[in-house]
Design a protein around this ligand. Structure first.
Ligand code: NAP
Length: 315
């Protein structure tokens, strides 16, 4: 594939940045990849793995001469990084980010960027529960959505070029405005994460069931919760602090529904429970039809895919 940017600067070198770098290197999408992360350990790891051509002790040095700068730090760090790099950005460069929340990132970053730079916020809907420079892989974005949230008046040529990069890394690209993005993600990602964190916390607190029993007998539902609840604490703290309104809105609705289900259980209202679960099953079917998961049993796990809940994996 043809080169899309001459020099890409990745600020933050964790899961998303390293996956982008591997994907760009695999297809020659960037002439040079420069990187910066906060700690020397991460910078050295990035160099030793080889997904960056150069790493720099400061974000300001990393962005010099870059025609694309990608902010890949936790949402709460975006503003301070933008303030550091603002004076060093090349005129005409594009700045994007991969933060899981969009409006607060726009509010924090935009004031620090010079007017001759194109700021096109973005969010790849792709990830794993792993973090850090060793966790990235080139295929992370394949067949996943990458949402761009350009502000009104954003440069169309710069937006099309960034879109071309995301597509070349395997993603499908959609555009929407930032507040809508934050509401959609509160439903599809942020609130489910909070529920998973809560459920794993409840199991940990419940002294009548020992930790070893929780681990030994964990069925598919709980195992999936533990996987989600193993996600990076810094990233998720920042997501909730910065997508406060939408998350609280969805959480309020969730709590109402939960109380309705609780009441149905208490009253023995099987018809309510059955109708509810029938409706939710159709949503799962929709996700499979949209190609966002497989219909394989046990949530598509390669190992243990034929085993019933709670059974040991086959050797
Ligand atoms: P990660 O693996 O934890 O990596 C974060 C990186 O940011 C680390 O390299 C860290 O450096 C660096 N960093 C933190 N503060 C910094 C600062 N002030 N200056 C320079 N570097 C700094 O995180 P990630 O999973 O790649 O997530 C990065 C962003 O992508 C977040 O905004 C997140 O919301 C978004 N996102 C994540 C996922 C996901 O599933 N993980 C999916 C989509 C979008 P050190 O290692 O040196 O501390």
């Amino acid at each position: 594939m043809a080169q899309i940017y001459n020099r890409v600067a990745l600020i933050g070198l964790g899961l998303i940045a390293s996956s982008m770098a591997h994907a760009m290197k695999a297809d020659g999408l960037a002439g040079h990849i420069a990187g910066h992360a906060k700690t020397p350990e991460t910078r050295e790891t990035a160099l030793s793995i080889g997904f960056c051509d150069t790493v720099h002790a400061t974000s300001a040095e990393a962005v010099v001469g870059a025609d694309l700068v990608v902010l890949c730090v936790p949402v709460g760090a975006m503003g301070e990084v933008a303030a550091e790099i603002g004076p060093y950005l090349m005129p005409g460069a594009t700045v994007t980010d991969v933060g899981s929340v969009k409006q607060s990132v726009i509010d924090a970053v935009a004031p620090h960027l010079p007017p001759d730079v194109h700021f096109i916020p973005g969010h790849p809907i792709a990830g794993t529960e792993h973090s850090g420079p060793r966790s990235g892989f080139a295929g992370l974005f394949r067949n996943r959505w990458w949402l761009l949230t350009p502000v009104p008046g954003a440069d169309l040529v710069a937006t099309a070029r960034l879109r071309a990069l995301c597509e070349a890394m395997g993603a499908n690209v959609d555009e929407m405005d930032a507040p809508h993005h934050d509401l959609v993600l509160a439903v599809t990602s942020h609130t489910p994460h909070l529920i998973a964190y809560t459920m794993v916390g409840v199991a940990d607190d419940l002294r009548r069931v020992t930790d070893s029993e929780v681990i030994k007998y964990s069925a598919a539902g709980f195992r999936d919760f533990t996987r989600i609840a193993a996600s990076d604490p810094t990233m998720w703290r920042d997501v909730f602090l910065h997508n406060k309104d939408a998350t609280l809105d969805i959480l309020g609705r969730f709590t109402e529904e939960l109380f309705a289900l609780q009441r149905a259980i208490r009253l023995g209202d099987g018809a309510h429970l059955h109708a509810y679960f029938t409706r939710t099953r159709a949503i799962r079917r929709g996700i499979i039809e949209a190609g966002q998961d497989t219909a394989a049993p046990d949530f598509g796990r390669a190992v243990n895919s034929a085993a019933p809940d709670g059974a040991k994996p086959r050797q």
